[in-house]
Write a protein that binds this ligand. Structure first.
Ligand code: SF4
Length: 452
């Protein structure tokens, strides 16, 4: 893609990890709705589970997660008690005992509360859900705060079989500029311990667009990451939104690469990953050739949820902890974001519901279209509309909004089939936005990251 096209489309668009996106969530959807939708969860297909731990030892200045500095054992103990309580509260509304296909631990730094407390929460989940024998149990890890002993507890006692480590960049200057100093040896040691603990599915995150990043050193970081032989890698673009996260103000605008430099950084890492035989999955994931994700992408079975691209096909996600978002039969529900508010509500014996959105038939149709575009880069609108029993002609206006992308050879249309061309791959979110009924960018109040 040339830089002129990049600059033309370097707009703020949702990441489409859900549709409608979180911007549409409203406080009008409260605990009563949450309880009702929990009661509608069926047993015909296994659910996924998510646990959010909103604590970190210190903040990385690029962080866009819901987290806070937390170091007190008392807080961790109370939080653990209350997550267990929330699981009991939610389970009381379920009309049956669901099967669980996956548990994802995110944050924050899940291991900050300590493996023993994590194991206690896992036991509580097992009390209310029947885990499938091959259930995936994934934990996001910070190599700076996890010991070899912790890893043994997580893998042996909790059954963790998949982990993800945030690397971002191995360059010491970049690490210092974002307040996340973790030399290569520290990460390599963590990887060694994880492998010794039996982890066979490891993901490493790289991030482009950070202050002082240079093409050559970022390429070298990608090579070092590849050398650790992770099964998966992600290549995220840093979203500089200091009006949403005040710690990002510690990163100076002038130290950040511009749009063209961001593209060069991305392309540099992309080349290194391709050279090492990693297959590009969706927008920003990479997987070893022949892996489950690679096969799922080729067979049109790739999915997208709040964790990004996944092979997890569960339609229901029950999420616990501060700010956690559940996908329920009737819509999306988000818990209170501040750990303090979440803990107070749960202590009072209530679901900690903050907001949500109910799904209309149009939302379900458009969610399906957007997910297929994000995963397959092509979509047959006629076929999808048939599945949803909605007339495809209703999408004629949306198709017209694709015209600028078609004129720039980023998208091709054949009847009701839409194809995102290889040249437009990085701008797939712009094609998705054409089918997003709610997307109305407000330049004074930007709510999303840039397209690149
Ligand atoms: S460790 Fe992860 S969650 Fe915590 S501040 Fe850093 S990037 Fe954010």
């Amino acid at each position: 893609m040339d830089s002129a096209i990049l600059l033309k489309y370097d707009q703020r668009v949702p990441r489409y990890t859900s549709y409608p996106t979180a911007v549409q969530f409203s406080a009008e959807v409260g605990t009563a709705q949450h309880a009702q939708w929990l009661g509608e969860v069926g047993r015909d297909e296994a659910v996924s589970l998510y646990v959010h731990v909103p604590f970190c030892r210190e903040l990385c200045w690029y962080c866009g997660c819901n987290t806070q500095v937390g170091r007190h054992q008392n807080t961790f103990e109370t939080y653990t008690d209350l997550v267990c309580r929330e699981i009991d509260l939610a389970a009381a509304h379920l009309s049956l005992r669901p099967q669980a296909a996956a548990v994802h631990w995110g944050g924050g730094t899940p291991s900050s509360i300590g493996p023993a407390r994590m194991a206690r929460i896992m036991d509580k989940l097992r009390e209310h859900f029947d885990f499938l024998p091959d259930a995936e149990i994934a934990v996001e890890m910070d190599p700076r705060v996890i010991s070899g002993e912790d890893i043994v507890t997580l893998t042996r006692d909790m059954g963790v079989n998949r982990t993800s480590i945030g690397v971002q960049d191995f360059d010491a200057g970049v690490q210092k500029a974002v307040n996340r100093v973790q030399p290569y040896d520290l990460v390599a040691d963590a990887v060694k311990n994880l492998r010794a603990g039996g982890i066979t599915d490891l993901n490493l995150d790289l991030m482009y667009g950070l202050p002082f990043q240079r093409q050559d050193s970022f390429g070298h970081s990608a090579d070092l990451a590849v050398g650790l032989s992770p099964e998966r890698m992600t290549l995220f673009g840093y979203a500089h939104v200091p009006w949403m996260f005040s710690h990002m103000k510690l990163i100076k605008d002038g130290d950040l690469p511009n749009a063209e430099e961001r593209l060069n950084l991305f392309n540099e890492a992309l080349e290194r990953l391709h050279a090492a035989d990693y297959v590009h999955i969706g927008l920003d994931h990479f997987s070893k050739a022949g892996s489950e994700m690679d096969v799922a992408q080729r067979e049109g079975r790739l999915h997208r949820n709040f964790q990004g691209y996944t092979t997890d096909a569960a339609k229901t996600l029950l999420a616990f902890g501060a700010s956690a978002i559940s996908t329920l039969p009737g819509g999306f529900i988000q818990n209170k974001s501040a750990a303090r508010d979440y803990m107070k509500a749960t202590k009072d014996g209530e679901l900690a519901t903050a907001r949500g959105v109910g799904l209309t038939d149009q939302d379900r149709l458009r969610s399906h279209i957007i997910e297929r575009l994000m995963c397959d880069f092509q979509v047959d609108l006629e076929k999808i509309c048939e599945e949803h029993d909605i007339a495809v002609q209703g999408l004629a206006g949306d198709m017209e909004t694709l015209n600028p992308l078609i004129a720039d050879d980023l998208v091709a249309v054949d009847g009701w089939r839409v194809n995102v061309l290889p040249r437009g791959r990085m701008l797939v979110r712009m094609a998705c936005a054409a089918f997003d009924q709610y997307h109305a960018p407000d330049p004074d109040k930007p709510a999303h990251a840039r397209a690149i």
